[in-house]
Design a protein around this ligand. Sequence first.
Ligand SMILES: Nc1nc2c([nH]c(=O)n2[C@@H]2O[C@H](COP(=O)(O)OP(=O)(O)OP(=O)(O)O)[C@@H](O)[C@H]2O)c(=O)[nH]1
Length: 128
Amino acid sequence: MIKVVAAIALRDGLVLVARRALGQRQAGLWEFPGGKIEAGESEAEALARELHEELNIAAHIGEEFARTQHHYADVSIELIGLFTELPEMDCVLSVHDQIDWVPIGHLAMVDLAPADIVLAQKLMREFA
Ligand SMILES: Nc1nc2c([nH]c(=O)n2[C@@H]2O[C@H](COP(=O)(O)OP(=O)(O)OP(=O)(O)O)[C@@H](O)[C@H]2O)c(=O)[nH]1
């Protein structure tokens, strides 16, 4: 089971999603940005590192929102969503080709990675 941390960034009823670029696993699908936890890292440290690597931003990582497990054909992941505050600055994309702030209530219409659907449903229940 691979542990993956993902940013749940909320602002004025919107949530941040990012689209995986061509050449990535699950290319074209949207996700909450983040990545795998490396040896010796806490969940928050891993997410801060990933957001710096992927979006070139220094984020403040907060409490856990939710965690869920998903079994893909070739890999099983535990996806851990952590509330994240992003600075008001432009992101520089590397593994994504687009980012968007979408109304939380519209998450059902976003083409999300399958593992993310449980988190999206909880966001819609609690914040939409
Ligand atoms: N970051 C992220 N990964 C997700 C989400 N949902 C989901 O199924 N995943 C999957 O979890 C895995 C995380 O991999 P990643 O590619 O983002 O992580 P990483 O940067 O550490 O990977 P790498 O250095 O091995 O390329 C991928 O298989 C990705 O498709 C999500 O919301 N955020």
